[in-house]
Design a protein. Structure first.
Lengths: 114, 113
């Protein structure tokens, strides 16, 4: 399988600041990680596919300059929300595509922008 | 595009009651179907899956059968426990799981003693 650690689990920031969320694959080398966003009582929506050593692939409607993704190693992908605003408040979840073609998920990061 | 519709929650049941959480899907091809569970404070965990029509996925007493004719993948358990309290997500993937998942909205289950 794969154990996925996501940090922080909860962050509060002021409007206009940037926030970095880390997603680590602890026991599996992940060439592909996914970043999802979940609004209250809504589905998880795919934001982007993070590819190790190359640029992330963003879903339609997701601003790549606002949600910066870096996948510099096989065990770490980061999502940076730049110049965060209250409408960016949400639950962000990463997943690792691991053994047996199964996705393993982090516990999520709740972002609150004041 | 592909989509998943699952019953709205929350669902509250007494211990040992029978559970059904309905899930239907829309897909252009022949997707793989999944149920994920999220316990409080934890990440989503795969509960069970089915990759082709008439397959039955099962785990921890939960079952779901891939019904192509009704495009459904309903989750069932004969006797729920308090420890089953969690949020359950139905999901599909067009390519045997190695592509991003399309999720339903999730159904919160609370089991009371």
């Amino acid at each position: 399988g794969a154990v996925v650690s996501q940090h922080p689990s909860w962050v509060i920031c002021k409007s206009g600041t940037s926030v970095k969320i880390e997603c680590r694959s602890l026991d599996f080398q992940a060439t592909t990680m996914f970043w999802y966003r979940q609004f209250p009582k809504q589905s998880l929506m795919l934001m982007a596919t993070s590819n190790e050593g190359s640029k992330a692939t963003y879903e339609q409607g997701v601003e790549k300059d606002k949600f910066l993704i870096n996948h510099a190693s096989l065990t770490l992908s980061t999502l940076t929300v730049t110049s965060a605003h209250p409408e960016d408040s949400s639950f962000y979840i990463c997943s690792v595509f691991g053994a047996k073609n199964i996705q393993y998920f982090g516990a999520g990061t709740r972002l609150s922008v004041l | 595009g592909d989509s998943v519709t699952q019953m709205e929650g929350p669902v509250t049941l007494s211990e040992e009651a029978f559970l059904t959480i309905n899930c239907t899907y829309t897909a252009t091809g022949y997707p793989s179907l999944f149920w994920y569970v999220q316990y409080p404070g934890e990440g989503l965990q795969l509960l069970l899956k089915a990759t082709k029509a008439d397959d039955k996925g099962s785990n921890k007493g939960f079952e779901a059968t891939y019904r192509k004719e009704t495009t459904s993948f309903h989750l069932e358990k004969g006797s729920v426990q308090v420890s089953d309290s969690a949020v359950y997500f139905c999901a599909l993937s067009e390519n045997s799981g190695n592509t991003p998942l399309v999720f339903g909205k999730g159904t919160r289950l609370s089991v009371i003693a």
